[in-house]
Write a protein that binds this ligand. Structure first.
Ligand code: SF4
Length: 194
């Protein structure tokens, strides 16, 4: 079993890392938190990446599904569909890789390339923290990497269908996530225990 896992949500940055892992055939377990309410375009991209690189990207299901919980309690919904499943999925690994970049949100501005992840109890590796938006897209175009077509329709950051909306010019790239709610992260990259 690989000692390192990569948790991807199939964002542009995640596609860069899948391309690198796939082309170099690195012994890294790749999985995604399949909340069950991802966009059809995201599910199609998942299959396209597996086909292009000849890899399997494991689906990690929710701990519990409560219908439309995102409307009444999005933090609890993210905990059940993402945070708890991630904790289980990372059990037994020595390190996990993420695709976060420092300029995505204020919470990510101080992320290091290698951190001790006290929340999940292992090493966290963030290889793209110093990459810019243009670095990411330069790599994707240069290597003909499949990406989510929603990026060209106003969705720079794509999560679950009920909690993702397009942005307008001038908005933060993650402004379309949990729009209208005082929430910017699903809890996967927030330091410390909840
Ligand atoms: S992003 Fe929305 S639908 Fe997805 S787990 Fe979080 S609250 Fe639930």
């Amino acid at each position: 079993m690989p000692r390192v896992a990569f948790a991807t949500g199939f964002g542009a940055e995640g596609c860069v890392l899948i391309d690198l892992i796939g082309r170099e055939k690195l012994p890294i377990d790749i999985f995604t938190l399949d909340t069950g309410v991802l966009f059809p375009e995201t599910y199609a991209l998942w299959r396209a990446l597996e086909a292009k690189y000849g890899i399997t990207i494991r689906a990690v299901p929710p701990a519990q599904v409560i219908d439309k919980l995102w409307e009444s309690d999005p933090d609890r919904c993210c905990d059940l569909r993402k945070v708890q499943p991630l904790r289980e999925a990372l059990r037994g690994f020595g390190a996990w890789i993420t695709a976060i970049r420092r300029d995505q949100t204020p919470e990510r501005a101080n992320a290091a390339v290698v951190e001790s992840d006290t929340k999940f109890g292992l090493i966290k590796i963030n290889p793209l923290v110093r990459w810019t938006h243009d670095d990411v897209w330069g790599h994707l175009y240069a290597h003909d990497v499949p990406t989510n077509p929603l990026h060209q329709q106003g969705y720079p950051s794509i999560g679950c269908t009920p909690c993702t909306s397009p942005i307008v010019p001038g908005e933060n790239l993650r402004a379309g996530r949990w729009r209208g709610v005082a929430k910017t992260e699903c809890g996967l990259h927030v330091k410390g225990d909840k």
